[in-house]
Design a protein around this ligand. Structure first.
Ligand code: GLN
Length: 252
């Protein structure tokens, strides 16, 4: 179950990993909570202690952050978080520069770029971690999304957005859409973006239950950030459960 505060470390071998979950109240649609549940479960299966910190506007910022997760949202949700998000921009930029892994979906992906101009002409400032901008159009891009990523291989999910995102020269696409889906803008075949250990993507779905390779990337980087290395401590039963979960997720 998702806890919104740190769990006490009761055992001397507890190895916490602190996960910041951005704006679950306003930015959390099309099953994006599944990403948080997946990280929480897989961290436990690898023998870490997941500490999930849900952060909404005006909440306290956690002392430790080893990973950042954030979901998508309606334009109205993006407007609601705008002011608070700008106040947290420096903290998030510092974390990104320190190689903290992050996964931001759709609405928050757009706001990790420089701005999102909505269809009604409102410009919502982003925080510029990803070199990209987004412009709302009157055609929604909805449907299954399948891409091939140099880093992760095939990735599958579901997209639903009106914003078209264009990457600048400092952002690498996360992957390329070959057949199913529109991706960043429906024109250049790119989908998502990757900067440092930050992944932005239009993949709802949820993404991580269906693409455990991405979940494990985030977990490895978080463990390296906190402990210098990823070192699972697992019983055979935990290893077996991971194998079973991964077999269920296989889609390639
Ligand atoms: N409101 C944004 C758009 O429509 C993001 C939508 C989403 O997060 N699914 O482009």
């Amino acid at each position: 179950m998702i806890s919104d505060h740190a769990t006490d470390a009761t055992s001397p071998s507890a190895r916490p990993i602190d996960v910041l979950w951005l704006y679950p109240r306003d930015m959390n649609i099309y099953g994006d909570t599944g990403n948080v549940l997946t990280i929480e479960r897989r961290l436990a299966l690898y023998g870490y202690e997941p500490r999930i910190h849900a952060y909404n506007q005006n909440d306290a910022w956690p002392d430790h952050v080893d990973m950042v997760l954030g979901g998508g949202g309606q334009d109205t949700g993006q407007k609601k978080i705008g002011e608070d998000f700008q106040r947290r921009a420096d903290a998030l930029r510092d974390l990104a520069a320190n190689d903290v892994p992050m996964l931001v979906i759709c609405g928050l992906y757009q706001l990790f770029g420089s701005y999102f101009e909505t269809q009604d002409g409102v410009k919502i400032e982003g925080i510029g971690i990803i070199d990209a901008y987004t412009v709302g159009r009157d055609v929604r891009m909805i449907g299954n999304l399948m891409e091939t990523s140099d880093d992760f291989g095939p990735i599958v999910g579901y997209e639903n957005h009106s914003g078209q995102t264009f990457l600048g020269e400092h952002a690498q696409p996360l992957g390329f859409v070959e057949s199913d889906g529109m991706g960043n803008n429906g024109q250049d075949h790119t989908e998502g973006a990757r900067v440092h250990n930050v992944i932005g993507t239009y993949m709802h779905g949820s993404l991580l239950p269906k693409n455990p390779v991405v979940a494990d990337f985030l977990i490895h980087k978080a463990a390296e950030h906190r402990y210098g290395a990823f070192e699972p401590q697992q019983s055979q039963a935990l290893r077996d459960e991971l194998v079973r979960i991964d077999a269920d997720a296989t889609h390639a």
